[in-house]
Design a protein around this ligand. Structure first.
Ligand SMILES: Cc1ncc(COP(=O)(O)O)c(C=O)c1O
Length: 406
C-alpha cells in the first residue's frame, strides 16, 4: 500500500481525502457541519470572486471546455494563449512565457528538457516533488545541498564546476521561492550572489510566491530584489491564481527552446480556452487590486504575530504559509487535530510522522485575503486551548480517535 496508503483504512475520508463542501470560502461544510477553513491556497481570495466567476462562466459558455482540440504545436495555438503568455511574462519581468497544463508535470518536463547528460543539477533538499521527479529523469550528475545551506551550495557548485570542465556541460541550480510546507524563502539573493563566482543558471519554482510576495506580487525574486537573476521562473495557477494551469517565463530563446522540447506540452492537449480567459481575468485583478495582497498580509501578520505572542513555534516563515510546530506523536497529533476540527470547528491540515520526523506535529495554516481578524482571534484562542491540553498530556491518553464514528 505504500508509506501513506498503509494507513488508508484508518484515515481515509477524514485526514486524507476529506470532502469540503459548498462554495470555496473561509466557511465550508465538512461532514455536514460548518468549519472555519485554513487549508486552501486561495491566497488572494480569487476562487470565488464575482468577476472571476462571471469570466469563467462566460468563457465556458462561449468556448465550451474542449477548445482548442489538440496540442499547441499541432492545432492548439490561439491568440488568447499568446496574450496570456505575454501578460504573464510582463508581470514577472521576463521576455517571454509559455503555458503549462499543470505545474507538476510542467516542472518535470522543464527540468527534463533543459539539461542533458553533460549537465549537472544542483538543488535544494526540501524541493517540491515536481522538482525531485524532474531531477530523477536527469541522466547526468545531480548534487543536492541541505535546505537553504549556502555554504554547502558553494561546495556543490565547486564539485559541479569541476565536473562540467570534464563534460563540457553547464550547471542548473533549482530551488523554490517559498517553501510550501515551512513558509521560509529560498535564499535567492545569496544564491544569485554566487553567480559572481560560478557559472550557472537558476530555475525557481515560485508556486507560493507568485501573487503573494513582492511589491507587485511578482514573487520572491521581486521581494528580494533579484528577479533579473532568475533565469527561468515558474509559477502555477493552483495557488494565488485560484485555477488550474501554470507557466514558465524566461528569455525568448529559452522559451522557444522549451516550446519545441517540453514533452509535457508537445504530447498533451492545450490548456482549454475557459481556463486561459479565466487566468487573464485573474491576472488583471492581481495587477489592479494590490489591496487584495495587502489584506492577505494583514491577516497573515496578525495570525503569525498572535501565534508567536502566545509562545507557538512557527519556524522561519517569511511568507503567508503559517506552520505551527508542536511536539507529539501521531496519536497526540490526531487527537489534537480532531479536537480542533470537531469541537472548535477549525479545519486545517495536520501532518505527523511518517510525513515529518517522529515526535513532530505540524499544523499548517493558510491565511487568505478573505479571512477576517475575527477569524484570526477566534483561531488564536482555540490554539491556546489546544496547546494547554497538549502540554497537560490530555491528547496522549486514550486511543486514536475513531474518526469514522465520532
Ligand atoms: C511548490 C510547488 N510546485 C509545484 C506545484 C504543482 O503545481 P500544480 O498544482 O499546478 O500541478 C505545487 C502544488 O500545487 C507546489 O506547491
Amino acid at each position: 500500500m505504500g508509506p501513506l496508503g498503509q494507513y488508508a483504512s484508518q484515515v481515509h475520508g477524514y485526514w486524507t481525502f476529506p470532502k469540503l463542501e459548498g462554495e470555496i470560502s473561509t466557511r465550508m461544510k465538512f461532514r455536514g457541519k460548518e468549519k472555519l477553513v485554513w487549508s486552501l491556497n486561495n491566497y488572494l481570495g480569487l476562487a470565488n470572486h464575482p468577476e472571476v466567476r462571471k469570466a469563467d462562466a462566460e468563457a465556458s459558455a462561449q468556448f465550451g471546455l474542449a477548445l482548442p482540440m489538440g496540442a499547441r504545436m499541432m492545432s492548439g495555438q490561439t491568440d488568447l494563449h499568446e496574450k496570456l503568455e505575454q501578460e504573464l511574462a510582463d508581470f514577472v519581468g521576463k521576455e517571454s512565457a509559455y503555458l503549462l497544463n499543470y505545474g507538476y508535470q510542467g516542472m518535470v518536463s522543464i527540468i527534463d528538457s533543459l539539461v542533458d547528460r553533460k549537465d549537472v543539477i544542483v538543488y535544494d533538499s526540501e524541493s517540491h516533488a515536481c522538482i525531485i521527479d524532474g531531477v530523477r529523469l536527469h541522466m547526468g550528475k545531480r548534487f543536492v545541498y541541505p535546505h537553504n545551506n549556502i555554504e554547502n551550495l558553494r561546495k556543490q557548485l565547486e564539485r559541479a564546476t569541476k565536473m562540467c570542465k570534464e563534460t563540457g556541460g553547464g550547471i542548473l541550480v533549482i530551488t523554490e521561492g517559498v517553501f510550501g510546507m515551512s513558509g521560509d524563502l529560498g535564499k535567492l539573493d545569496k544564491i544569485a550572489a554566487l553567480k559572481k563566482e560560478f557559472s550557472f543558471r537558476l530555475l525557481v519554482d515560485d508556486a507560493h510566491g507568485f501573487g503573494t510576495m513582492g511589491n507587485t506580487g511578482a514573487g520572491v525574486g521581486e521581494y528580494l530584489g533579484v528577479q533579473d537573476e532568475i533565469d527561468v521562473y515558474f509559477g502555477t495557477f493552483a495557488k494565488s491564481v485560484a485555477s488550474i494551469g501554470a507557466f514558465v517565463a524566461a528569455p525568448r530563446e529559452v522559451i522557444v527552446y522549451l516550446m519545441y522540447n517540453m514533452r509535457s506540452q508537445i504530447f498533451a492537449k492545450s490548456l482549454p480556452m475557459a481556463l486561459v480567459v479565466g487566468a487573464l481575468k485573474r491576472l488583471e485583478l492581481i495587477r489592479n487590486h494590490p489591496e487584495l495582497r495587502d489584506q492577505l498580509w494583514t491577516i497573515a501578520n496578525a495570525l503569525q504575530k498572535g501565534l508567536k505572542d502566545r509562545g507557538f513555534n512557527i519556524g522561519n516563515t517569511q511568507s503567508p504559509v503559517t506552520p505551527v510546530f508542536l511536539n507529539g506523536g501521531p496519536q497526540e497529533g490526531a487527537n489534537l487535530a480532531h479536537d480542533l476540527r470537531e469541537n472548535f470547528n477549525i479545519f486545517c491540515s495536520v501532518v505527523t510522522y511518517p510525513v515529518v520526523p517522529k515526535g513532530v506535529i505540524i499544523i499548517r495554516l493558510i491565511p487568505t485575503a478573505i479571512h477576517t481578524l475575527e477569524d484570526v482571534n477566534y483561531s488564536l484562542e482555540a490554539f491556546s486551548k489546544i496547546k494547554a491540553k497538549l502540554d497537560a498530556g490530555e491528547y496522549a491518553s486514550g486511543k486514536f480517535v475513531d474518526v469514522k464514528t465520532s
